[in-house]
Design a protein around this ligand. Structure first.
Ligand SMILES: Nc1ncnc2c1ncn2[C@@H]1O[C@H](COP(=O)(O)OP(=O)(O)OP(=O)(O)O)[C@@H](O)[C@H]1O
Length: 245
């Protein structure tokens, strides 16, 4: 069944290693929207993103991308999706340029278009001087930039990015924020991004959902003062509620 949200988790539950990791999680991202997912270590953010990207199957519930179920999605869907999970897409033996070019080709671009798109993505991410360096020899932050260039190279209108700024320097954070905002504005991209940095997502996101112990426990308004305190209030309330049960 087709849905109107570009990214949608519908009542998703998942256990891993016999323990519940996600419990009845629903979340959606519309076109031209940046939705941030925040939570403590181990909250389940990466697991939810893996399910949304079809890398894991939910025990219950369903994931949709571009309005279509992820299970059984074909090249037409994946060519519109860009993603970066914890380990950035980078073959260590390939150069930065080759990595980004491969991503463009894997997302269905022809050789000429992939070549020019890779050059543009490397320039956008400030990687020109590293273009011919093997990815395995780059610093962590520059490997993250390669991963982001690979996620963005084909101009996706659906983006799922897991902690995309954790290794970036302040300039890289500003560059990424601008690129994501442009993707929203220019091609109506729907973007789901996870982060531990509340001040950073507050500057980038239209909506913020809080995931705690595998459940969505509330939302935060990006413009609100003292988001950190509000975040911990939600977490504390949820823990107290659980203890009372
Ligand atoms: N393959 C696995 N087998 C067993 N447990 C797993 C597996 N993958 C993840 N988990 C567990 O699922 C829980 C959620 O992990 P997940 O990586 O989704 O959290 P996260 O919110 O992304 O955390 P972080 O912010 O630290 O990256 C953790 O308790 C983790 O140990």
């Amino acid at each position: 069944m087709k849905t109107s949200a570009a990214i949608k988790a519908e009542r998703v539950s998942k256990a891993l290693g016999g323990l519940p990791v996600l419990d009845d999680v629903s979340l959606d991202v519309g076109p031209s929207e940046i939705h941030a997912l925040v939570g403590l270590n181990g909250a389940g953010k990466t697991t939810l993103m893996r399910i949304l990207l079809g890398m894991l199957t939910p025990d219950r519930g369903a994931a949709h991308l571009t309005g279509l179920p992820v299970s059984g999605a074909g090249a037409q869907v994946w060519s519109r999706v860009g993603q970066m999970l914890e380990t950035p897409f980078a073959y260590p033996e390939l150069t930065a340029r080759e990595n980004v070019y491969c991503s463009a080709r894997l997302h269905g671009m022809d050789r000429d278009a992939a070549g020019s798109a890779a050059a543009r993505a490397l320039s956008d991410l400030g990687l020109e001087q590293y273009a011919t360096r093997r990815a395995g020899t780059l610093s962590l932050g520059n490997r993250q930039r390669v991963g982001l260039a690979a996620a963005l190279v084909h101009g996706p209108d659906v983006l799922v990015l897991d902690e995309p700024t954790n290794a970036l320097d302040p300039r890289g954070v500003i560059v990424l924020r601008r690129l994501l905002q442009e993707a929203c504005r220019d091609r109506g991209a729907a973007i789901l991004v996870s982060s531990h940095h509340l001040d950073e997502v507050a500057r980038m996101a239209d909506r913020i959902s809080v995931l705690h112990r595998g459940r969505i426990i509330g939302t935060l308004q990006p413009g609100t003062v003292d988001l950190e305190r509000l975040f911990f209030d939600l977490v504390l309330q949820s823990d107290m509620h659980e203890q009372e049960q």
